[in-house]
Design a protein around this ligand. Structure first.
Ligand code: C2E
Ligand code: CA
Ligand code: CA
Length: 767
């Protein structure tokens, strides 16, 4: 090797004869070898020489006055096994030569044939270098193997664990037990401030790990520190030899003291921001090479994905409990909180009033000032409520202009409660609201119910307060207690129920269809069937006005069955008319799905004619699939086996965690129109829609946006990769006949005619 000769070698002579040393050096010099040397001639001298001089080669006589060559070889092998040992001696005889080589000497050179010495030394050194390299390679492969195992371990953690701390804790443990690191520490960002805090750690030496942990905790805030720099720059930090590094004094001193030579600090990044760091330390120097770093980057990437996923899941769950506009609890969470309150109340008190209030004529405000002003107004109302009820878990925003609150009443009489309610409403709503330069006066109606007098538990309490509000609307009352209205409500309901029964017998219900349009091609891919009541007395009545009665009376089961049969009939007629096949979704009420004949009736209506491209799908709400609804889940599975797709309606308004949904038979998420409305010009709304779409994709679910009214919303949905769009932008729900025309010709620039058959085939596979 050419550079071997230019290197300075370090020779340790085990030799009593100075002249022999000089002769040997003369030969080496002639061969162009550069060297430094030392001579020893006793056992003690040899041991000291090996350690202090650190030779790269040993040249040893075979017999010395106070020592012998074979013992020297034994000592050298023990203290410096990697240093080549060459005998340089007078005649030693073949047998002893063989023994010497077997014992680990790499060569022997006779003193009367010194011409061979330079070649022998050169070869011994290059062999030794190769050995070192081979050992290094083997160690490297072994290490890479361990890190590879760690990587695959982390991947399965990411798939399995849904808790951030636990994920990091298990990762640290893996880094030690599988990855072969000596210590691992994970720090995550503390919300709202710049700091990071260690949340998980593991190590082979507890004391060392603890020291490192406090260093990481303490230094994260210092921008100049190793950890601080990684957090600030988002760039990984690797050091192969902490003993030689000088830029990061404290850290290195600590590491060196702990016997840790290699360290890697990896940033975990979500959306371009560092949200956590993973610190890995090892005892040996220079072990984090390029390949290992490559794998560690992958570990960090997959961990980041896992954390992001967990975060999104939590955000989605969080947002599903709270109203995104006002930040107040939604109805289910409010009921839960009320339940907790009343559960702790005893028979002697405290008493509570549940109050539900409704902003009068919110729709007029929306119509005259615009939806945006209406939304802002709701936010202002929420803010005032928060001001008067600083314990925000007392208040809630149900839907539209309806707010609710729960307050302790002590032993006030009903009159006192009434009076206090008036005063409170006056205080909160007496002054007009200033919204975007407009002064908007707001009037509210409230209904309330008392616990325990009016209701045995939280659910009924809230329901009865709502019933009281309905009563207030009907009677024009301002602040109405439950019991006084209950009877009135009952009469109204019975009358309406009777009218609906008649309507059903007289076939006054009708199905309208609203197109679902491919966000990419803008072609009609499907439709949703929506029920209408063509009342001879009141004209076309929307489901909002009669569905609750159908549901509470149980009529919904028969009417729902009719909806399925009617939709099937309409579909078949479109097919007969030569229109392109599409899939039509029907809404299924919980009571329908709960009915034992549901699957049988559905299949009867659909099986004779449906194909992959034309048939009926179902839309259900999240609530249907809560906890112990095994039967319902199995029914949906049966439907699905025959080709019907299952969609979750109004997604985002209910309770479900997406993770739970992933285990259910669901093909499609319909993003609730409130989120779609908030997705443009509202970062929280936009991020929620984005999250829902991204998560749906990870679960292989399709997404349909509801209530798309504006081009900007459609553009946003297109960017986010939403599959289908439904809303007034494309078309309102229209009669079956009108829908046939839409299918054939399309309308305006937003809907193309429906797709030809081949096109919808290729699309159906992706959907
Ligand atoms: P849904 O399932 O969320 O249906 C969508 C509702 O949003 C429809 O109201 C539709 O007319 C309306 N909509 C569509 N595009 C837009 C838009 O761009 N902006 C706005 N603001 N609204 C839009 P509809 O027809 O009044 O139905 C209300 C609800 O009644 C439905 O909500 C569904 O839950 C229920 N429903 C309708 N038909 C049936 C049925 O046959 N059976 C059952 N069980 N429920 C039904
Ligand atoms: Ca629906
Ligand atoms: Ca919906």
């Amino acid at each position: 090797m050419s550079d071997e000769s230019s290197q300075v070698i370090r020779i340790l002579f085990v030799e009593d004869n100075v002249v022999d040393v000089e002769l040997a050096l003369h030969q080496l010099k002639r061969a162009g070898i550069r060297y430094v040397w030392r001579r020893v001639e006793t056992e003690a001298g040899l041991i000291a020489g090996l350690h202090e001089f650190a030779p790269t080669i040993i040249l040893s006589d075979f017999s010395l006055p106070q020592f012998d060559g074979m013992s020297a070889l034994g000592i050298a092998q023990q203290h410096a096994p990697a240093v080549p040992f060459v005998f340089l001696s007078g005649t030693i005889g073949e047998e002893r030569a063989i023994l010497a080589l077997r014992s680990g000497a790499v060569d022997y050179v006779l003193k009367d044939n010194l011409g061979r010495l330079a070649t022998s030394v050169t070869r011994a050194l290059s062999d030794a270098a190769e050995d070192v390299e081979r050992v290094r390679q083997e160690a490297l492969i072994a290490r890479l193997n361990r890190v590879l195992h760690m990587l695959s371990g982390v991947n399965s953690l990411v798939l399995r664990i849904r808790d951030r701390k636990e994920l990091l804790r298990e990762t640290c443990r893996l880094a030690i037990s599988v990855g072969g690191y000596a210590a691992a520490i994970a720090s995550t960002k503390v919300p709202d401030i710049a700091a990071m805090q260690p949340v998980a750690w593991s190590g082979i030496d507890d004391e060392v790990t603890e020291k490192l942990r406090s260093y990481v905790a303490e230094s994260a805030g210092r921008e100049s520190s190793v950890v601080g720099k990684v957090i600030r720059t988002g760039k990984e930090f690797v050091c192969g030899n902490t003993a030689a590094q000088s830029a990061t004094v404290n850290f290195d001193a600590l590491m060196v003291h702990a016997g840790l030579r290699s360290v890697a600090v990896l940033p975990l990044v979500i959306d371009g921001a560092v949200i956590a760091v993973l610190v890995l330390c090892a005892r040996d120097s220079n072990i984090v090479g390029a390949e290992e770093m490559e794998m560690l980057r992958e570990v960090a990437g997959n961990l980041s994905f896992g954390l992001q996923y967990i975060q999104r899941d939590t955000t989605a769950r969080f947002l599903s409990h709270f109203d995104s506009q006002t930040g107040l609890a939604k109805r289910p969470l409010f009921c839960e909180r009320v339940q907790r309150l009343v559960a702790s109340a005893t028979s002697r008190g405290p008493r509570y009033a549940a109050v539900v209030m409704d902003i009068e004529r919110l729709s007029v405000i929306n119509d005259s000032f615009g939806r945006r002003t209406g939304d802002l107004l709701l936010r202002h109302v929420a803010d005032r409520l928060k001001y008067y009820y600083p314990k925000t878990d007392q208040i809630a925003h149900f839907t539209g202009g309806t707010f609710a609150l729960i307050s302790p009443q002590g032993d006030r009489t009903e009159e006192e409660i009434q009076a206090a309610g008036y005063r409170q409403a006056e205080a909160i709503f007496g002054e007009p609201f200033q919204v975007e330069g407009r002064s908007i006066p707001v009037a509210v109606r409230t209904g309330f119910a008392l616990f325990p007098e009016d209701a045995p538990d939280a659910t009924v309490l809230v329901q009865n307060a709502e019933a009281a509000l309905h009563g207030a609307r009907a009677t024009g009352g301002k602040h109405v207690r439950y019991s006084s209205t209950a009877r009135l409500e009952g009469v109204g309901q019975l009358a309406l129920e009777h009218r609906l029964r008649l309507a059903f017998e007289r076939q006054e219900f009708e199905l309208f269809y609203q197109p679902k349009v491919s966000v990419i091609t803008r072609r009609i891919q499907g439709a949703e069937a929506l029920i209408r009541w063509r009342s001879p007395q009141d004209g076309l009545v929307l489901p909002g006005d009669f569905l609750p009665i159908l549901e509470s009376s149980g009529l919904i089961v028969q009417v729902g069955d009719w909806v399925i049969r009617q939709a099937a009939q309409d579909c078949q007629r479109w097919l007969r008319d030569g229109l392109p096949p599409i899939r039509v979704a029907v809404n299924i009420a919980p009571a329908q799905l709960g009915h034992p004949d549901f699957v049988r009736d559905f299949l009867r209506a659909v099986e004779p004619w449906s194909t992959k491209t034309s048939g009926l799908d179902v839309e259900i709400t999240e609530g249907v699939l809560q906890e112990d609804s095994l039967t319902e889940v199995n029914r949906l599975k049966l439907l699905r086996d025959t080709g019907a797709k299952i969609a979750i309606d109004d997604f985002g308004t209910g309770y479900s965690s997406l993770r739970r949904l992933a285990a259910l038979p669901i093909d499609t998420l319909k993003i609730d129109r409130h989120f779609v409305a908030a997705c443009v010009g509202n970062p929280a709304g936009a991020s929620l829609v984005k999250t829902i779409i991204a998560l749906a994709r990870t679960f292989d679910m399709a997404t349909v946006a509801e209530g798309v009214e504006k081009q900007e919303q459609l553009d946003f949905l297109w960017h986010m990769g939403c599959d289908q769009s439904q809303g007034f932008l494309h078309s309102p729900a229209v009669t079956a006949a009108e829908f046939g025309l839409l299918l054939r010709h399309g309308k305006g620039r937003l809907i193309q005619p429906a797709e030809s058959e081949e096109l919808s085939e290729s699309n159906a596979s992706g959907f």
